[in-house]
Design a binder for this molecule. Structure first.
Ligand code: DX5
Ligand code: ZN
Length: 220
């Protein structure tokens, strides 16, 4: 099996017991925690920020994979770095100077990721792929968990896989949105190696079921 990883998104976790929800997936073997940050401006929803990242940092040594759906981006980057984020990804439309934002994330000691919405062209990669640690392809429009997978993400994944392989660099290729037991194998065949899964693992408001992590992993 290739080197695949599941990144459970705590967006769908039970926030009243967030520490336990994080530990539950870590105990199941997760080595990434996907952390969705929404600002009610770039996306029409409002979630969690650096204080919550800081609060979960002592709960785990896993990679905290921060997905910023905020505009502007730069102002909040140092706060997440201080809060213990390992990866910080952002949307190119949300910042004025993409190259500068990537540089800022790296200066702060984090890995940098660029995120592509379903209708965002991949051209941005022409100029910055060599500086990235992760490319994230959105397979839903950002803002909410529990949406349906948009299949146009598959050819996009294939194209980014090709570009990454051609670059010869080790860059993670992550997919986010609507990843389920019944489509994860096909998504992997299109080239993803890192799979965000929110509602497939957590059921908001209810205690998590550790078997859900194993189930989705075994579908790969
Ligand atoms: C959506 C978020 C996703 C979301 C995925 O804007 O970026 O990470 O939590 O949730 P599911 O897996 O339920 O589609
Ligand atoms: Zn996300």
């Amino acid at each position: 099996m290739a080197n695949y990883r599941i990144a459970p998104s705590i967006l769908s976790a039970n926030f009243a017991k967030l520490g336990e929800e994080v530990s539950a997936v870590i105990d199941s073997g997760a080595d990434f925690i996907h952390f969705d940050v929404m600002d009610n401006h770039y996306v029409p929803n409002l979630t969690i920020g650096p204080l919550v990242c800081e609060a979960i940092r002592p709960v785990t040594d896993a990679i905290i994979d921060v997905h910023l759906m905020v505009e502007p981006v730069d102002r909040i980057v140092p706060d997440f770095a201080k809060a213990g984020a390992n990866i910080i990804s952002f949307h190119p439309e949300a910042t004025r100077h993409i190259d500068r934002t990537i540089g800022l994330i790296k200066e702060q000691g984090c890995m940098a990721g660029l995120v592509f919405n379903p209708a965002t062209p991949l051209n941005y990669l022409d100029h910055v792929l060599d500086k990235l640690d992760l490319v994230l392809i959105m397979s839903v429009n950002p803002g909410f968990g529990g949406q349906k997978f948009i299949p146009e993400a598959l050819p996009k994944l294939r194209e980014v896989r090709r570009r990454i392989d051609e670059s010869g660099r080790s860059i993670l290729l992550e997919i986010d949105g609507g990843v389920k037991v019944d489509n994860i194998a096909e998504i992997a065949r299109a080239g993803a190696d890192t799979f965000v899964a929110g509602s497939a693992i957590y059921s908001a408001g209810k205690d998590s079921d550790p078997h859900r992590y194993d189930t989705i992993l075994s579908a790969l």
